[in-house]
Design a protein. Sequence first.
Length: 134
Amino acid sequence: CYDNMLFDITKADSVQALPNLVGDWQATGESAKILKKEVPAVKSHGAHTEFTSTSIEYNFTEQQGRLLKGTKVSENRTEKFVCAIGFDNKSIRCTDEDGLQEGQLVSDNEIIMYYHQIDDDISVINQAKLTKKP
């Protein structure tokens, strides 16, 4: 039973080329936040308001097979992240220093991401469209 599943995953990998995401990507998005304290101590890529727009640069610096690492930078902060491309070659899941992301690889130049963060000061949901820079 497991041998057939492994064969199916390997077969799927050989049919679809693994996407190469290394490079610079620009993300534009929007966030909704629950502010649990009047002035959250947590660093954020966007303003500490209930609704805000975001602009973040993602730099995928290294890819080894399905695994990636990089940094994301906004005018407010810089943080590291790691990701895994799904076995379907169309999904991606990431974690940064304090939150989780999941998304879809729409094309070679576009990713849709959803970010989730929950801590003592703030809870955040963000959706963003990442476009690969030339």
